[in-house]
Design a protein around this ligand. Sequence first.
Ligand code: ASP
Length: 336
Amino acid sequence: MINRRKFLRHSVLSTGAILLAQQLNAKSKLEVKLPLVISTWAPNVKANKAAWEILSKSGRAIDAIEKGVMVTEADPEDTSVGYGGLPDRDGRVTLDACIMDELGGCGSVMCIENIIHPVSVARLVMEKTPHVVLVGEGAYAFALQQGFKKENLLTPNSEKIWKEWLKSSKYNPMETMKHMKEKRAPGSIDNHDTIGMLAMDVNGNLSGACSTSGMAFKMKGRVGDSPIIGAGLFVDNEVGAATATGVGEEVIRICGSHTGVEEMRYGKSPREACQIAVERMYKLRKNNLNDMQIGFIAVNKSGEMGAFALREGFNYCYRIGEGVDVVKDAEFLLKN
Ligand code: ASP
């Protein structure tokens, strides 16, 4: 379990880290000391740390990303990703993930069951098949063929939460998210959610990945934005990278992460690019967004990072400089 106080928040950063963070927030061209890694949601400092072990030894961003995301996938306390993820309404844990490298490579698995590391299967789809996406049974068969083991991903905790949900069987994505948070063990950190991770290695190359168990108690076969290239994740090594979290149906509608990267291509900062994606979604769907949350993080080719969300409550974390962890609350659109 992660103690939030161990994080260096923006208010308590060391002097060196403050300077670096200020540089990263500046609009001018930056002298960023590479590498860097950024993830959705504060608890993913642990994932950033694992990615850093590779990045700090001059490893490739794609290797770092995979290792980092695997940490969250293996964590039974995270009920939104991998092992311990909340199931669909039939009690099945179905996972979605995608990955993109600096060479235009991309791979994705959707609705895969009984495999703890969908990000690694997605990487193998990218590297070992002529395809980009494998779904369901096909993704599972491919994983077994590649040497992955069949595992039960439904933990007693997640099963208990699902059985309680069955009593009302009322599906409302945001109510479900609140329910998940209320059921967490005392002291566990809030804001667990899908992991989207972006990294730039010492050679300035970008990669990214996104992994989730999707919305809890979803319909069988439902897939959100997270494994969809361009929606939950987009990486263009010439420009930058972006990834999303929150209600995937809304992110898909505007091809959210691709939108963010295209805005950076035309000169917007990562934070501005994330804001434009959120505003576009709001303009299109303002009467349908009720209590929903959607958040984006992005990094550009200069190593500048940023984030923006629809509502208060989205945070993100990054590791920079000499290995300093920073956690920040994202700015947001709807102020009341
Ligand atoms: N974006 C994910 C999905 O819709 C869920 C999340 O980020 O919480 O599947």
